[in-house]
Design a protein around this ligand. Structure first.
Ligand SMILES: Cc1cc2nc3c(=O)[nH]c(=O)nc-3n(C[C@H](O)[C@H](O)[C@H](O)COP(=O)(O)OP(=O)(O)OC[C@H]3O[C@@H](n4cnc5c(N)ncnc54)[C@H](O)[C@@H]3O)c2cc1C
Length: 585
């Protein structure tokens, strides 16, 4: 089994309070990881990408055969024990496969529904009998799975579902209702369906297409992802045996939310892979396209874009592999039992939500700039730029919209603080004392990225100050203050990104270490400016007069970050992107 080398176990959200320490990074990948990457890359390059046009014509037989090929190659069972046909690898391997598949967005959606949304719930909540009946087929790709949570009237508010499960005298159920926007809906064999038992108790069920009363509606006409099936799922008095209740009656929310936690992490990996491949397309085009007698890649405006694409992806990649390491350590310590797996998915739900928002928005930035670099050619179908652009937009909508995920990030942190799981309140008090003291501790001597590390620590304190002030100001009503919560989320996302990037770049002994340090400098410089503005607006929404002036003075003392010249490091990164015709790290 391929595993990341065990490091110290760290609780979710701890990066906000502690020094980042030793984190898992792509530089620590093993030869075995590289082999998995090679297999997945080759599959996507030689079999999936050439099939995209036919998939877009809704050739679901081809989609099924590609799922099957994924199974033959072992790519569907990365997280699954060998007894069910899986290969039981670590989370870094899951990211590697997700990144490869993410280059072909339509197929990635099919693949994600199979592995993340159908296999994960069975793995975490299935009884032995359910796992034996369903996992081998799903892992081999002979059975195609789907996940049916959303309804036309309940998307974000998933627990408001109307689908009903009526209990029968023999303990079985009759399911009725209509689910919406179901990925793989047109050809899946097996559905994880959520319905309310007797109209009240939200519950997950395993429903086979072969059960009577199951049918799919028409394919949706979508903005993008034309090569992925999305249909309603109609349930008309579908008889479901008691043995097909997944988890417990009335505990469907546990299934739904934990599956989404892991799904978000995997979606981020797909976004990361998509971005890397498109950075390559943008670089190649910019190097070849000539205007005013020179390649457009020589223009500063274009170099800025190429560098920024790479820096933003570097940030997401660093957070992603760090989180994989955190999850693997927690699983390793817990012996990999089902209970440990569930506890771990919950533990790192904050990081999963951060990753989902950061990765989907980073990808949209990269794809938008890719269209721009392609000019008119970016807007027509002769080039893949327009397809990428359309395909990616949904990433900010499914697996919990980015608004919902933004609300979750500070919301979960605040809840953990109140419950005492994270000593956030004590840290906020200590910070208040520190700010009242005559001066802050003297900075350390300068070393590699010491200035940036100090800036990250200051940003952590700003995040604590904003969240602490919000908790004090609103108490239990904080959940109603969405504007403050979303601003807090943006600060926290920047903090986690900068912390991960600085820790990675400082530890890097790779050939690209200097380039990584440049990326870290630019990211931290820009994030410090953003964080200051966000904090000012959050504080001004909570206080006024003397109190606001005191808080703003404290903010200025905390965030004394001197701006650096970002043009020079960006040019260096852009040159590397163009020379490599791709992501340079
Ligand atoms: C291509 C595609 C594939 C999909 N695949 C699946 C699938 O396989 N299985 C499945 O179950 N579902 C699937 N979905 C559905 C998807 O998960 C939902 O569309 C998504 O959860 C959002 O729900 P909604 O569309 O009802 O939007 P709404 O919930 O109506 O949201 C509309 C807007 O309001 C915001 N909003 C909603 N509630 C709040 C709140 N409390 N606070 C602040 N803002 C709020 C949202 O962020 C959004 O901006 C898919 C959707 C698409 C488009």
């Amino acid at each position: 089994m391929t595993t990341t080398t065990p490091m110290q176990k760290v609780p979710g959200g701890a990066w906000l309070l502690d020094d980042s320490g030793d984190i898992f990074t792509p530089e620590k990948l093993t030869d075995e990881h590289r082999l998995i990457a090679q297999t997945a890359d080759e599959f996507v390059r030689t079999e999936v990408t050439p099939a995209l046009d036919r998939l877009e014509q809704k050739d679901w037989t081809l989609a099924r055969s590609l799922v099957r090929r994924g199974g033959d190659l072992g790519l569907l069972g990365i997280d699954v024990p060998e007894m069910f046909g899986g290969v039981a690898l670590d989370k870094a391997s899951s990211i590697i496969v997700g990144e490869a598949v993410g280059r072909a967005a339509s197929f990635a959606t099919t693949f994600g529904a199979q592995t993340g949304l159908a296999i994960t719930p069975l793995l975490c909540f299935g009884t032995d009998d359910q796992q034996q009946r369903y996992l081998p087929g799903l892992v081999a790709g002979t059975t195609v799975g789907a996940y049916a949570l959303s309804e036309s009237g309940s998307g974000s508010d998933a627990l408001g579902a109307k689908a009903r499960a009526t209990r029968q005298e023999d303990g079985s159920f009759l399911l009725s209702g209509e689910k919406m926007w179901i990925t793989n809906g047109g050809f899946a064999d097996l559905f994880i369906v959520f319905a309310k038992v007797d109209g009240e108790h939200f519950t997950a069920f395993i429903v086979e297409r072969a059960f009577s009363g199951v049918s799919s509606g028409k394919e949706e006409h979508k903005l993008g992802l034309h090569g992925s099936s999305t249909t309603p799922l109609v349930l008309q008095d579908v008889p479901v045996p008691a043995a097909n209740v997944l988890g417990e009656v009335g505990r469907g929310h546990k299934v739904a939310f934990n599956v989404l936690n892991y799904g978000r992490f995997k979606l981020a990996a797909m976004c990361s892979g998509g971005a890397k491949s498109v950075i390559g397309e943008a670089a190649a085009y910019a190097a070849e396209r000539r205007q005013f007698g020179q390649p457009i890649a020589t223009f500063g405006a274009i170099r800025h874009k190429l560098a920024e694409m790479a820096i933003r992806e570097y940030a997401v990649e660093s957070m992603l592999y760090r989180t994989a390491g955190l999850i693997d350590n927690a699983l390793h310590d817990g012996g990999g039992s089902r209970e440990t797996m569930l506890a771990t998915l919950e533990e790192f739900a904050i990081e999963a939500s951060i990753l989902k928002v950061a990765a989907s928005e980073m990808l949209d930035y990269v794809l938008d700039e890719n269209v721009q670099i392609h000019g008119g050619n970016g807007f027509v179908r002769d080039y893949p730029a327009e397809r990428h652009y359309r395909d990616a937009r949904v990433n900010r909508i499914f697996e919990g919209t980015n608004e919902i995920n933004r609300l979750l990030v500070p919301g979960m942190l605040a809840r953990r603080a109140v419950k005492g799981g994270l000593p956030l309140i004590a840290a906020a008090r200590k910070l208040q004392d520190e700010l009242l003291a005559p001066s802050l501790p003297e900075p350390l001597a300068d070393g590699i990225l010491d200035t940036e590390a100090r800036a990250v620590n200051a940003m952590k304190k700003v995040a604590l100050m904003v969240l602490g002030t919000a908790m004090q100001t609103y108490g239990e009503k904080l959940a109603d203050e969405q504007e403050v919560l979303t601003v807090s989320a943006d600060i926290l996302i920047d903090v986690f990104a900068c912390d991960s990037v600085v820790a990675r770049a400082r530890a890097s002994r790779a050939r690209t270490a200097e380039l990584q340090a440049s990326a870290a400098r630019v990211l931290v410089n820009d994030a410090a400016g953003r964080v200051e503005l966000l904090a000012r607006s959050a504080l001004a929404s909570m206080h006024e007069g003397d109190m606001l002036r005191t808080l703003l003075a404290a903010l200025r003392r905390l965030l004394k970050v001197t701006p650096v010249n970002t043009v020079v490091p960006r040019r260096g990164i852009a040159e590397a992107v163009v020379a490599r015709r791709g992501y340079p790290f």
